[in-house]
Design a protein. Sequence first.
Length: 117
Amino acid sequence: MPSRSKHPCGNPGCAALVVGGRYCLQHRPMERQVREPDRYRGSAASRGYDSKWRTFRAGYLRRHPLCVDCESVGHVAMARHVHHIKKLAEHPRLKYAESNLMPLCEEHHNARTARGE
């Protein structure tokens, strides 16, 4: 199998050589840099979000379509995520307990997750 050749970074003025991809690590778009840790998390299914969960989640979002954090400040936004109030990793028996779930929009889910909630 032939080796992949090195080429200059796609960022103007950068002389770094890159193998695969378009940009060097310094100039790689932020979206890809943020997702780099995902490589070590495993798949969603391996973290407990299997087909049974996806079916449950879809039904939950049909019953609870609005983001509760947006509603609390007088805004209306569609929920796209189901957030576990008590972390699933620490409380697996509460996976399907609706009292441990809240519907959130992407922005609020990401904020809560970043805070470790």
